[in-house]
Design a protein around this ligand. Sequence first.
Ligand SMILES: [Zn+2]
Length: 60
Amino acid sequence: MTEREDDFLAACDECGAVYAATETEAGRILPLGSRGGCQCGSTSFSQVDSRDLDESDDDS
Ligand SMILES: [Zn+2]
């Protein structure tokens, strides 16, 4: 049994590409489809909520 219920969407901090991702035990966000990092070479990602994908930056 390997349920991936902690999968989420993450966006590259550099180019903004969005990947399905998971968080490692070390707390690192890792894209499921590209374990080596983003296509742009970045390995820094931020979790995003799918509801936030349309450019609204509502922090409140
Ligand atoms: Zn990128």
